[in-house]
Ligand binder design. Structure first.
Ligand SMILES: Cc1ncc(COP(=O)(O)O)c(C=O)c1O
Length: 334
């Protein structure tokens, strides 16, 4: 079934004008002895410095505007890409935005936090707490705001957010066809699941044209697979469409590039970040994309991805974080 049919009727507010580039990485490919490496440059969007969450925001904003809200509420760590992009989308669509951070007030605004504030959002610091408590604070804030006459939308529903990557799958399939890329493998970070499940759902609707490799950057395989498959099932319910192809038939999970855990850099990720920057002039960051690229390069070197099979990495963005990570990565030394 065409992806457009599955998405038709769902509210969407366009924030990403046109397809993001599908770029050949010839120098990186030569470095690892591969013959067809590509990056889908979702870090190259005009709004808010781009990234995967902007595709999700098209559907979150669609719902918010259909409900005629005046305020977007979002929560995350001070390093959150989703908070930064929500602030940018709020600026662009003329909505007020309040960002709750489950961190202490930092000494200075930098990286994503700097940008969220420049985009005009109100940033508040709750102190360290887990995600459940943070969600309770966000719900309380929504209730308070509604009580004083505002109409609020809480950004972050994972099923609605996943729709962005259903659309991305369709975009990549069309683009690969136009560029004669004959892609066989697509590699993306495996984290909380919405990006991954949406992409798999879009691929499944199109008859699974690629093997999809998820490089875990947050959880072990069992948890990641549970999150992705649960969201895939919820996407079927949300869209009313169940693809005949099941994700298990074309997805592979890889957990050996995670290192000590989420946000903990590995030497291989730091090396991938440096190599990709030096060979392709393309920036990665330590939390998501450097680990994913490190995984991809290793899968090629180990022969798990054939050097002959055209392979695309999805660059999901997050580059503003690099400017707060350089010290921890040891990249700021002259
Ligand atoms: C740059 C980047 N890549 C990947 C991800 C993971 O996306 P998801 O939460 O949909 O798994 C995120 C999440 O914030 C991100 O910011």
């Amino acid at each position: 079934m065409p992806v457009e049919t599955a998405l038709s009727g769902l509210p969407r507010y366009r924030l990403v004008p046109g397809p993001t580039p599908l770029e050949r990485l010839d120098r990186l490919a030569a470095h690892v002895g591969h013959h067809g490496l590509y990056a889908k440059r979702d870090d190259c969007m005009t709004l808010g410095m781009g990234g995967n969450k902007l595709r999700s925001l098209e559907f979150w904003l669609g719902e918010a505007l259909a409900r005629q809200v005046d305020t977007l509420l979002v929560a995350g760590r001070t390093t959150s890409n989703q908070c930064r992009l929500t602030a940018a989308a709020a600026a662009k669509s003329g909505l007020h935005c309040i960002v709750l951070h489950n961190d202490d007030t930092p000494a200075k605004a930098e990286g994503n936090l700097l940008l969220s504030r420049l985009y005009g959002s109100e940033t508040r610091f709750l102190g360290p707490m887990d995600e459940d408590e943070r969600s309770r604070c966000l719900a309380e804030l929504a209730a308070q705001m509604e009580g004083s006459g505002h109409r609020c939308y809480i950004v972050g529903d994972p099923v609605v957010g996943a729709l962005g990557y259903v659309a991305c799958a369709a975009e990549l399939i069309a683009q690969a066809g136009e560029q004669d890329a004959a892609l066989e493998n697509v590699i993306l970070p495996g984290s909380m699941g919405p990006t991954e499940a949406g992409f798999l759902f879009g691929c499944a609707l199109a008859g699974a044209p690629f093997h999809v490799h998820l490089v875990s950057v947050e959880y072990g395989i069992d948890r990641l697979a549970y999150l992705v498959e649960d969201l895939f099932a919820r996407l079927c319910a949300h869209t009313g469409v169940t693809p005949s192809v099941k994700p298990a038939s074309f997805v592979r999970y890889h957990e050996r590039y995670l290192g000590a855990g989420y946000d903990m850099p590995t030497p291989e990720a730091i090396s991938a970040l440096e190599t990709v920057a030096a060979l392709e002039g393309m920036l990665l960051e330590a939390t998501y994309t450097a680990k994913t690229f490190a995984g991809a390069l290793d899968l090629i070197e180990q022969g798990e991805i054939s050097p002959e099979s055209a392979t695309c990495l999805i660059h999901t963005g997050g580059v503003p974080s690099l400017f707060t990570q350089a010290g921890a990565l040891g990249l700021d030394r002259l």
